[in-house]
Design a binder for this molecule. Structure first.
Ligand code: PBG
Length: 333
């Protein structure tokens, strides 16, 4: 960064003056974090229990549709604008082409309707990808050991339509197939759903930090191999710009960078280059690491949570998808 002027030298310049009191620190803060910056991911399930703890994510529960509706009311009362839904479906429903992903009476449509009944003023975003419904745990259709792109697009477009038709406000493709935003946008347009937002996981990396999530949605047992032929290589930054440009040209309204803190450089690059709403996802592994440190007394939860979320705003994000959303919103309240 080039400085527009040469700062005065000590002792004329004393940067500590602007830090000397809480009021002046507040006055000169360059960024703010409010509950309106948060999206709360909810793991939902079709099992018999209302709330089932996720071992690798202390404080996170798999919720029945009824409990998801209660969580949406909690989000609304805390000033959180949107929840994001992720399903854990019964293993018996999983197959190679993710049949259950396009069941209009499936778990996600049920949850959308329950939430919209309980708290219509809350935005509902859904994950568009097949991994939670396939018996092999991949985000696309598997043929001869390969994830086949174009046949997957048809499945994703149908899945997005089912979600939007059930009342989802935003669909968020997280599968990283080529051309999926266009396929989804065309399906929405063709079915009179032109107001549905597409919030695209445009820069999604093949990451070790998704581990606890795969446990939460029940895909870790089944996943064969890794997702490196479709999710991005963590060595790359420039490639994120090409992915984002493609998704925007195909009709995405907003973007997600994922994971979060280890990819703050990407958040910065994408938000500054495109100047469209860019969200960061503080993923399950980041949440689990912090919870582990809190449980051991190694980090102070209140301070570390707010500091980590604020970092995304500083990097240029419009907001953050975080499992800490309700806890953080309560601290801000
Ligand atoms: C997959 C999906 C993943 C996450 C959200 N959607 C994991 C993956 O790609 O394997 C991860 C979220 C998290 O770790 O919190 N469609």
């Amino acid at each position: 960064m080039t400085m527009p002027f040469q700062p005065a030298a000590f002792p004329y310049a004393r940067p500590r003056r602007l830090r000397s009191q809480p009021w002046v620190r507040r006055l000169v803060a360059e960024t703010t974090l409010t509950p309106a910056d948060l999206i709360w991911p909810l793991i939902v399930h079709d099992g018999p229990e209302d709330r089932q703890p996720v071992a690798s994510m202390p404080g996170v529960f798999r919720l029945s549709p009824k409990e998801a509706a209660k969580a949406a009311i909690e989000a609304r009362d805390l000033g959180i604008p949107m929840v994001a839904l992720f399903p854990n479906v019964n293993d018996g429903l999983k197959d190679n082409v993710a049949t259950a992903a396009t069941d209009p009476d499936g778990l996600i449509p049920d949850c959308i309707r329950a939430i919209k009944d309980a708290a219509p003023e809350i935005g509902v975003m859904t994950d568009v990808a097949l991994d939670c419904y396939t018996d092999h745990g991949h985000d696309g259709v598997l043929e001869d050991g390969r994830i086949v792109n174009d046949p997957t697009l048809e499945r994703l477009a149908e899945q997005a339509f089912i979600h939007a038709h059930a009342g989802a406000d935003a669909v968020a493709p997280s599968d990283m197939m080529d051309g999926r935003v266009q396929a989804i946008r065309e399906a929405l347009e063709a079915n009179g759903l032109s107001d549905t937002l597409i919030i695209s996981y445009a820069a999604k990396y093949a990451s070790a930090f998704y581990g606890p999530y795969r446990d939460a949605v029940g895909s870790s047992k089944s996943l064969t191999g890794d997702k490196k032929t479709y999710q991005m290589d963590f060595a790359n930054a420039e490639e994120a710009l090409r992915e984002v440009a493609m998704d925007l040209s195909e009709g995405a309204d907003a973007l997600i960078v994922k994971p979060g803190l280890p990819y703050l450089d990407i958040v910065r690059l994408v938000s500054q280059t495109f100047k469209v709403p860019t969200f960061a996802y503080q993923v399950s592994g980041e949440y689990a690491m912090m919870q582990a440190a809190f449980a051991n007394g190694w980090l102070d939860p209140d301070r570390a949570i707010l500091e980590s979320l604020h970092a995304f705003k500083r990097a240029g994000a419009s907001g953050v998808i975080s499992y800490f959303a309700p806890q953080a919103a309560r601290m801000m309240g």
